[in-house]
Design a protein around this ligand. Sequence first.
Ligand code: DQA
Length: 147
Amino acid sequence: PSILILNGPNLNLLGLREPHIYGSETLQDVENTCRELGSRHNVSIETFQSNHEGHLIDRIHEARNKADVIVINPAGYTHTSVAIRDALLSVSIPFIEVHLSNVHAREQWRHHSYFSDKAAACIVGLGTFGYEAAIQFAVRKVIPKTT
Ligand code: DQA
């Protein structure tokens, strides 16, 4: 089985960017932890980060018939992107939405997501542990149903 972990804009600066909100771990740290966790469960983990909407969409298309689950933090695109939502629905891959911060405790406009109503699960406010929680959930509950 295979899980694709997608991160949207500005998450390349994780660890440096507003650490009081997003923590001090880097994206590299998070991706390494995810790969370790994956290998413990015999799941291959692919990772991709982009600051560009179209690149994220292309990567989702590439995952068609390959990835069993997508773990996605769409970052700022959460609140704007019909196109990324449509891409996820187009490939029919179940996805888990992850946000480091508790978006519901922040600005009103962060409360709406174009993804949540279609997600297999939504994780907010667990910090970088949210990605690990998403992988665990995928391994236990989502992959057994789809493979
Ligand atoms: C975020 C929350 C979004 O509102 C914000 O635009 C981000 C990060 C999070 O992980 O908490 O870039 O997705």
